[in-house]
Design a protein around this ligand. Structure first.
Ligand code: SAM
Length: 212
């Protein structure tokens, strides 16, 4: 993703009523943060958050946490968030490597990875959000029967993930190389990147992973 530093982004994020500033303090206490016991689903690398905000509007009985490491990207999501009257979504400006400091064992019911950066060079493989290193982090926070849902337009990253995820001890529950023409499309909510790639006629790949 092309990144442009936006002046004042950090300050705006730090003052935003929609961003949790010290998320480590929420660990094990997310039900207090949301004031209910509803399941918690998170998107790692949410970008501007279109996907998660749409899910939050559709599903008031599910809690959502959007994670984005760049303040300049998250900032764009906050502008949209201000227009919505919903209480079931929070944003965090953190690196996903920190997830186990922020969620307790089993506290997350589902993890969405959408159009994650492909990091095509071998020496950067550990940065891919479906690498065994990241799967080990998800393993710490995900509920026993929880799942990871991954969508991408990048065939190389998809092929890599079909190997790296089982290597990390997970099983691929379902997968498709053409989501929009598969039964897995039912209820699909498109992300910003997904709209862009699908409008060019590119196939969208999806897999669902559960623990082995
Ligand atoms: N999910 C959105 C979509 O599908 O439209 C955005 C996709 S964008 C290509 C990937 C996003 O993931 C970027 O905004 C990037 O900053 C974020 N990201 C990548 N690695 C991350 C990490 N380790 N922790 C948090 N965010 C990350």
């Amino acid at each position: 993703m092309r990144l442009r530093h936006i002046k004042g982004a950090e300050e705006t994020i730090a003052a935003s009523p929609y961003v949790i500033q010290e998320p480590e303090k929420c660990r094990g206490r997310w039900s207090e943060v949301f004031h209910n016991q509803n399941p918690i689903r998170i998107e790692v690398g949410m970008g501007k958050g279109k996907f998660l905000m749409e899910l939050a509007q559709r599903n008031p009985d599910i809690n959502y946490v959007g994670i984005e490491r760049y303040s300049s990207v998250l900032l764009r999501g906050l502008q949209k968030r201000e227009e919505l009257e919903i209480t079931n979504i929070w944003f965090l400006c953190i690196d996903a490597r920190q997830l186990a400091e922020i969620f307790e064992e089993g506290e997350v019911e589902r993890i969405y990875l959408n159009f994650s950066d492909p990091w095509p060079k071998d020496r950067h493989a550990k940065r891919r959000l479906t690498s065994p290193e990241f799967m080990a982090v998800y393993n710490k926070i995900l509920a026993r029967d929880g799942q990871v849902e991954f969508k991408t337009d990048n065939e190389g990253l998809f092929d890599y993930s079909l190997e790296s995820i089982p290597e990390a001890g997970w099983r691929i529950e379902a997968s498709t190389r053409d989501l929009h023409r598969s039964p897995m499309a039912e209820g699909n909510v498109m992300t910003e990147y997904e709209e862009k790639f699908a409008s060019r006629g590119n196939p969208i790949y999806k897999l669902i992973a559960k623990r082995g």
